[in-house]
Design a protein around this ligand. Structure first.
Ligand SMILES: *Cc1c(COP(=O)(O)O)cnc(C)c1O
Length: 256
């Protein structure tokens, strides 16, 4: 993890964002896709509410957090301290993505903060969030959570979370989630191993996730086609886009 605390100027963030957007566009165009076909999720787990506000001012509409408690703190800071400044800082204008593992005892908080969860990897976690969303559905404060992605441990790294990278595993969880009335599974997520040769270590992982995604769609494992592939981080987002990523999760490159 990067040490936090070193302040980074809004100008540096703006410069980094501009460079990342250009790289995203170039990788998309290289494969005949439009730059808009890739959503940038700005991973803010190493930074605070001030940096998030800068990102929002620069037009970022998706933020990613790994831990529910950190997200909750920043969420409150942004939306209560800046209640007056509606528009861009309105919770409805920004999509919060949970990209880290969810402990089921935090599901009640998580469904009130996140629009999407990328880390669904068991029946237990899926049912916990579905129960919370249903529980809130008739009350005054609706859940913000709408979208789920299933996390797949393509590289079978014992230190990582995620489903086994087999069609059977993915398909059985998709079948269960097909019954959820208030939540939609939109796609699959993975993390490639850390390494300094992403051509060698990341590309095959992304290719495999895409194959599993295509197979799930071809065999209609879910009630509607999956559309999203969440893959690629600072080390390998250009490769991920070449392999079909529709969402890239980028942290370090924004704040370096
Ligand atoms: C931290 C994190 C990222 C961002 O990683 P960077 O290398 O900082 O871009 C992306 N996805 C997940 C799941 C993460 O935990």
């Amino acid at each position: 993890m990067k040490p936090s605390g070193d302040a980074i100027s809004p100008e540096s963030i703006a410069r980094n964002l501009q460079r990342i957007r250009a790289n995203i566009g170039a990788a998309a165009v290289k494969r005949g896709r439009t730059p808009e076909s890739v959503a940038l999720i700005a991973v803010t787990k190493y930074s605070g509410a001030a940096e998030m506000r800068t990102l929002m001012d620069l037009g970022v509409t998706h933020v990613g957090e790994s831990r529910v408690q950190d997200a909750e703190r920043k969420f409150k800071e942004l939306y209560t301290a800046h209640h007056a400044a509606k528009d861009k800082h309105d919770p409805a204008a920004i999509n919060w993505h949970l990209i880290g593992h969810l402990q089921t005892n935090k599901a009640d908080k998580a469904v009130r903060i996140f629009h999407a969860m990328h880390s669904i990897d068991s029946v237990r976690v899926a049912e916990a969030v579905n129960d919370e969303v249903n529980h809130l559905a008739n009350g005054p404060q609706r859940a913000l959570l709408q979208q789920l992605l299933l996390e797949v441990n393509v590289s079978r790294d014992p230190k990582k979370f995620g489903l086994e990278p087999t069609f059977e595993e993915i398909s059985s969880l998709l079948k269960l989630c097909s019954e959820f009335e208030n939540l939609t599974v939109v796609g699959l997520m993975t993390m490639a191993p850390h390494g300094d040769k992403p051509e060698v270590t990341s590309r095959p992982v992304f290719k495999r996730l895409k194959e599993l995604f295509q197979e799930a769609n071809a065999r209609k494992s879910y009630r509607q086609p999956l559309t999203e592939l969440s893959m690629g981080m600072t080390q390998d987002y250009a490769i991920a886009i070449e392999e079909g990523a529709t969402m890239v999760r980028i942290g370090s490159a924004l704040f370096e």
